[in-house]
Design a protein. Structure first.
Length: 139
């Protein structure tokens, strides 16, 4: 199993980059903890980038989405995770869920989080609550 990490969910990234988001202040606080190294490596799945850019483009416009894309992909402290190698595990997680509440992107985050011992998911999405092998921040 890989070392501990924090995986960034779309809801967290959007809240951090959208000062109009109801969770913006909480995201900024957690981001300070993330940048301090408290949670270990910072992982950003390819699928999450796609989702974030789509949401920000719709809510805040192309210019904001483009700026965030360059910020995310240029951040030295963030490890970009291509998803091809994780597709099978993501699909297994998606198909195996009982409630059907996880999107495919969320299932991918869960699958990768479970591969990293002691990892956390930075999210405001309630669908991650009470999932085995997943710890959410902020709690």
């Amino acid at each position: 199993m890989a070392s501990s990490a924090v995986l960034l969910d779309s809801s967290f990234v959007v809240a951090f980059h959208n000062n109009r988001d109801v969770h913006h202040a909480a995201a900024a606080g957690v981001m300070d903890e993330i940048q301090s190294g408290r949670f270990g490596r910072v992982l950003l799945l390819e699928y999450v980038v796609l989702e974030v850019l789509t949401v920000l483009g719709a809510r805040r416009g192309h210019e904001t989405a483009s700026r965030v894309a360059l910020t995310l992909l240029g951040a030295r402290e963030v490890e970009f995770v291509p998803c091809s190698d994780h597709f099978a595990a993501s699909l297994e997680t998606f198909l195996g869920q009982r409630s059907g509440s996880l999107s495919f992107v969320d299932a991918a985050i869960v699958a990768v989080a479970r591969m990293h011992s002691g990892s956390r998911v930075a999210t405001f999405d309630r669908d991650f609550a009470d999932l085995e092998g997943v710890t959410v921040v902020p709690a």
